[in-house]
Design a protein around this ligand. Structure first.
Ligand code: FES
Ligand code: FES
Length: 186
C-alpha cells in the first residue's frame, strides 16, 4: 500500500508517494535524494540518522515516513544558511570535533536539539536538580549525546565543541530548534 505525503526538508517542500513500510530515513535518501542524514545501523542504535523533526531530534530510521505527513525536517546540511555555518558546525571545526561523514551530521543535529531541550529545562538521567534548568556540564552533555555513537572512539573533542556553544562563548543566543526554520535565521 502506498500513500501520498508532503515533507518540508531544509526549507524545501516536497510531495512524494511512499510505500507505507518506508522509513523516514529511506524516504529522505532514496525518494528525495537528501543525503545529509546517514544510515549507520538502521536499528535506532547509532544516531547517524538524527534530524530535527518538527524541531525535535529524532532518529529517522525508526520513523515511518507515512506517519510524518506535513512534517518539517531540518538536517545538518540545512542548519547552514546562505553560506554561513551554524555555530555548532563552526565549533566542531574549531575544536577538531568533526568525525566521519556517517556520525557527524547526526551529532550536529542531536547537539542542536539537546541544547534546546536543556534551555527549556528538560532534565536528563544525570540531572540532580530537576526543578531548575540543568547546568550543561560535561556529564550533562555526555549523557544527552549518548545516543550518538562513534564506532571509532574518535570523539574526544565533541564535548568541548558543544560546551563552547552551550556556555555562550561561541554565540550568546542562537535560534531555537523548535522555531520554524525561516524565522530562525531571518
Ligand atoms: S541509522 Fe538510525 S540510529 Fe543508526
Ligand atoms: S563513526 Fe564517525 S568517526 Fe567514528
Amino acid at each position: 500500500m502506498k500513500s501520498d505525503i508532503t515533507l518540508t526538508v531544509d526549507g524545501q517542500r516536497y510531495a512524494l508517494t511512499v510505500d507505507n513500510r518506508v522509513t523516514l530515513l529511506d524516504a529522505l535518501r532514496d525518494n528525495l535524494g537528501v543525503t545529509s542524514a546517514k544510515k549507520g545501523c538502521d536499528h535506532g542504535q547509532c544516531g547517524s540518522c538524527t534530524v530535527l523533526l518538527n524541531g525535535r531530534r529524532a532518529t529517522t530510521c525508526l520513523a515511518f515516513a507515512v506517519a510524518h505527513d506535513e512534517a518539517d525536517i531540518t538536517t545538518s546540511a540545512g542548519l547552514a544558511q546562505d553560506g554561513d555555518l551554524h555555530p555548532l558546525h563552526r565549533a566542531f571545526i574549531d575544536h577538531d570535533a568533526f568525525q566521519c561523514g556517517y556520525c557527524t551530521p547526526g551529532q550536529i543535529c542531536s547537539a542542536v536539539g539537546m541544547l534546546d531541550e536543556a534551555r527549556q529545562g528538560w532534565p536528563s538521567a544525570v540531572t540532580a536538580e530537576v526543578t531548575s534548568a540543568p547546568p550543561l556540564d560535561t556529564a550533562e552533555i555526555r549523557e544527552r549525546m549518548s545516543g550518538n555513537l562513534c564506532r571509532c572512539g574518535a570523539c574526544v573533542n565533541i564535548v568541548a565543541a558543544i560546551s563552547e556553544v552551550a556556555t555562550g562563548r561561541r554565540l550568546a543566543a542562537f535560534p531555537s530548534a523548535a522555531e520554524p526554520r525561516q524565522e530562525r535565521w531571518s
